[in-house]
Design a protein around this ligand. Structure first.
Ligand code: MG
Length: 412
């Protein structure tokens, strides 16, 4: 009798779907994640969703997945969502009857406490993704991390909690997903360097003095990847690649000088690892975020994707270039921040967030972005306090300082 019982429990376990929460589900990565999981209905159950203010899109997703809970940024959005859901036909509201709606920063913690979750996909854009990452790790929930700010802003803190809790962080960023895959079954002492590929954005062939008049339209029209506005500008300045160097340093515990950036405009090689015998393992594939998103969600399993396969013969050749550090100052600032640590990466990332916003609003020039970041970093004196509050102090200091510098330029 006993053995039969054990067998049936095992069978149930085998059949159980992975319970996934998608945070930032109405953003660029979030929407693509929704498409991915729609095709994995036998494997994945979406038990929670979260959005900032795009309540309409969130509502569509709620009807699609009937999750157990949602989390929205503020009380106003929560109220709006509650009212909208009440207005739906009775047949649907009955199904949604027990849906929990959380809001505000503490809401994400409540969500993790009340809803059993196997994996959190954190696809929140920017600073807002940090606290959800920390709460998820504290609760011992594995994370598929698309929010690179969590690592860039608070790498020491995040990796510290990860180690204590023994949870996994599976990278979603295409480069880090590639490195993660290249390292499977490899020994750390055999790694010579990590080679991060960068498509170079729209301007990598331009000289520094040609970039002064770049328009918002030009900066956000990324040649290869379909992305949000902020990350498109970060790709154009190469600051995004700088953030990825920081991300790689923390995720794979590799010293900064062993992380190289190479421009690869075709964006087919998603990154590489060079080993001590000079051999290189690269991960290649179609330029489609749905692949790393799916890999992170289903890891360690792999499933067929909906992405069209790559035709290498049609592609013909792949090219690689050394990045022009003079034109793209962001990379230099990155290594500087990583060498110093002491929350210099935090301050750099926040200064970038504010400066990019000002650029998108037409307040400053494209070339002002990295100049402003450097000014802010020069004013910073460093901070070694390991607590989350200290990170927020550095964040607030960076916000104020960056805004002051921008105001001075804007008023000119
Ligand atoms: Mg990337």
């Amino acid at each position: 009798m006993v053995s039969i019982e054990i067998r049936s429990t095992k069978k149930e376990k085998l059949k159980a779907k992975k319970r996934v929460a998608i945070l930032g589900s109405t953003g660029s990565v979030g929407k693509q994640a929704v498409e991915v999981v729609e095709n994995l209905k036998d494997e994945i159950e979406v038990v929670a969703l979260s959005a900032n203010t795009n309540i309409q899109e969130l509502e569509n997703q709620i009807l699609k997945f009937i999750p157990e809970a949602v989390w929205v940024t503020d009380k106003k959005s929560a109220e709006k969502l509650r009212n909208n859901l009440k207005k739906l036909p009775k047949k649907i509201t009955e199904k949604l009857n027990n849906i929990k709606i959380f809001s505000e920063e503490e809401g994400v913690k409540k969500l993790f406490l009340e809803v059993p979750i196997d994996l959190v996909l954190n696809a929140i854009v920017g600073l807002g993704g940090l606290v959800p990452t920390i709460r998820s790790l504290e609760m011992g929930i594995d994370i598929a991390l698309a929010n690179k700010e969590s690592i860039v802003l608070a790498g020491d803190l995040v990796m510290g909690i990860k180690r204590i809790k023994g949870v996994k962080i599976i990278p979603v960023d295409s480069e880090h997903s590639a490195i993660f895959q290249c390292l499977i079954g490899r020994k750390k002492e055999d790694i010579d360097k990590i080679i991060l590929t960068a498509s170079g954005g729209p301007f990598f062939r331009n000289k520094p003095d040609e970039l002064g008049d770049v328009t918002v339209e030009q900066a956000i029209s990324h040649p290869m990847w379909k992305m949000g506005k902020k990350i498109s500008v970060d790709s154009a300045t190469l600051m995004n690649k700088g953030f990825e160097v920081i991300e790689a340093h923390y995720l794979f515990s590799i010293e900064p000088h062993k992380i190289k950036v190479i421009i690869h405009p075709e964006a087919i090689v998603h990154s590489m690892v060079q080993f001590k015998d000079s051999s290189i393992i690269a991960q290649l594939g179609p330029t489609d975020m749905k692949i790393p998103i799916q890999y992170a969600i289903t890891y360690p399993k792999m499933f067929k994707s909906q992405v069209e396969e790559l035709n290498l013969a049609q592609l013909g050749k792949l090219t690689f270039f050394e990045p022009d550090i003079k034109a793209f100052h962001a990379l230099k600032l990155t290594y500087f921040a990583l060498e110093l640590k002491k929350k210099y990466p935090t301050v750099m990332a926040i200064a970038d967030e504010i400066a990019v916003e000002a650029f998108l609003e037409g307040k400053i020039k494209f070339t002002d972005i990295t100049k402003i970041i450097e000014k802010v970093m020069n004013k910073f004196e460093g901070c070694t306090d390991p607590h989350l509050e200290a990170y927020f102090q550095a964040i607030n200091w960076a916000k104020d300082t960056t805004n002051q510098i921008i105001d001075k330029i804007y008023k000119k």
